[in-house]
Design a protein around this ligand. Structure first.
Ligand SMILES: *[C@@H]1O[C@H](CO)[C@@H](O)[C@H](O)[C@H]1NC(C)=O
Ligand SMILES: *[C@@H]1O[C@H](CO)[C@@H](O)[C@H](O)[C@H]1NC(C)=O
Ligand SMILES: *[C@@H]1O[C@H](CO)[C@@H](O)[C@H](O)[C@H]1NC(C)=O
Ligand SMILES: *[C@@H]1O[C@H](CO)[C@@H](O)[C@H](O)[C@H]1NC(C)=O
Length: 414
């Protein structure tokens, strides 16, 4: 009798506490993060933009193109790099990028365009300077959801449509910094030793995108939207992972915008948010299916995953910033030096500006990473007259006489 009432009392309280748990549970336990689903109107909006951007490019009349008279007297625009900033907080490093772009001027032309996708809920003040009026129509983005894929595709589409001279498309975030001068970046992408081969149609510029297949978390990430939902479009052995920060050629940017098949699967909402990073899978998976040999399989944006937490890489803080750090971040075992790096905390701006001073003579400016003359840098030929001339002669759509010939060549090169 006594013993049974002893067991009765705890059982009674246990039963009493069950409904309480249901009532109070949501208040005690942290709320589950529910990523937004892409709405139909947003989806249709994007679809029409992507369709326009990936349509066959018609030859344009001479007058509709921005032209720049070159030193050599021709009016061919040189190929440009489109810098795509995907931002959900202010562009803290804009003064650093201003320096970077300020040194991009050649006697003949501006060789870049900037596009910014700023999350509309983040209230990003326009940084002015080279960033003035460079915001593209944007929609909300959020981690663990396909919204980051959509934002990147929106940037690609806008840049494709905006300037036919955009030949490479570099995706960056507000936490990225440049590790080299603009000239260095330009020479790395438009590898001077390949220009003539490209002109002859014997060489195609690659996309610099990381594509990995043997990461230990891949199976969980594959199933993050539910078991077997990726089939039949994406079998597990075709599923890839890689950094979201890529540099795509024009050809591949159009492949990405034409895709509907894989997108149907990657747009599905994440059920297991902790292993769902759609933007790290969509681009590597798609491009490794479509053109594995046209991609480097590595990225040129350095990141430090040592001691990462909660899916975030190491974030550099001011005391870590030094010329030596910049040199270390550039180092690569691959063909090319790293061009960009992440992630840096906003307060690294001043220390970075301090070492980026290119006014002092080269020997003094140890950390002068925007210095034009980087002959000693890894694997790079410096800009020279011969190269300028070769690029000037590159076929473009600008010259009406060359249109018929150059269109397929341009498409094939980039
Ligand atoms: C970049 O150049 C412009 C004009 O040449 C100048 O007004 C601006 O201050 C420069 N910005 C930086 C960060 O040096
Ligand atoms: C993945 O494969 C590459 C090259 O085959 C190898 O260098 C790397 O160590 C592998 N990574 C893992 C996590 O197995
Ligand atoms: C990477 O981050 C770790 C700390 O997490 C740091 O000790 C290491 O020096 C960093 N590596 C580089 C190359 O910066
Ligand atoms: C290059 O390879 C060496 C030896 O495998 C390794 O210790 C080093 O971390 C690598 N450097 C980079 C930047 O990956």
């Amino acid at each position: 009798m006594l013993s049974s009432s002893y067991t009765f009392i705890p059982t009674f309280f246990l039963l009493l506490s069950l409904p309480l748990l249901f009532l109070l549970g949501p208040r005690i336990l942290p709320p589950r993060h529910v990523p937004p689903i892409i709405s139909l109107p947003d989806e249709l909006d994007d679809l029409s933009l992507f369709r326009k951007a990936s349509a066959p490019e018609p030859p344009r009349p001479r007058s509709s193109l921005p032209s720049s008279k070159s030193r050599l007297g021709s009016t061919n625009p040189r190929p440009k790099i489109a810098f795509l900033f995907l931002a959900n907080s202010p562009l803290h490093f804009s003064p650093l990028w201003q320096l970077f772009f300020n040194h991009s001027h050649t006697p003949t032309a501006r060789l870049y365009n900037i596009y910014i996708h700023g999350d509309p809920t983040a209230q990003i003040n326009p940084p002015g300077g080279v960033f003035a009026d460079r915001f593209v129509p944007a929609k909300r983005t959020s981690r663990s959801s396909p919204t980051l894929i959509s934002a990147a595709r929106r940037l690609l589409a806008t840049a494709l449509l905006d300037d036919p001279a955009n030949a490479f498309f570099a995706l960056l975030s507000q936490h990225c910094i440049p590790l080299h001068s603009f000239q260095f970046v330009y020479n790395t992408l438009f590898d001077p030793s390949s220009i003539q081969l490209a002109q002859l149609g014997q060489f195609q510029y690659p996309s610099f995108i990381e594509i990995l297949s043997n990461e230990s978390t891949l199976w969980d990430r594959y199933n993050a939207r539910g078991r077997n939902v990726m089939l039949p479009e994406v079998p597990f052995d075709k599923f890839r992972v890689g950094s979201q920060f890529f540099i795509l050629t024009r050809r591949h940017a159009r492949v990405v915008l034409r895709d509907r098949r894989l997108w149907r699967k990657f747009r599905l909402p994440c059920l297991k948010v902790e292993s769902c990073y759609p933007e790290e899978h969509y681009f590597p998976t798609l491009l490794s299916m479509e053109d594995p040999n046209g991609c480097t399989h590595y990225t040129l944006t350095r990141v430090n995953w040592t001691d990462s937490s909660n899916g975030h890489p190491h974030t550099y803080r001011p005391p870590e910033v030094s010329p030596e750090l910049i040199y270390r971040l550039r180092e690569s075992n691959l063909t090319y030096s790293y061009l960009f790096a992440r992630k840096f905390s906003p307060d690294c701006l001043q220390p970075l500006l301090d070492i980026a001073d290119d006014v002092r003579p080269k020997q003094e400016a140890l950390g002068s990473f925007f210095c034009r003359d980087e002959k000693d840098a890894v694997g790079v030929t410096t800009w020279d007259e011969g190269l300028e001339e070769a690029i000037e002669k590159m076929p473009t759509t600008e010259n009406p006489k060359q249109v018929q010939l150059s269109r397929p060549v341009l498409e094939e090169q980039y």
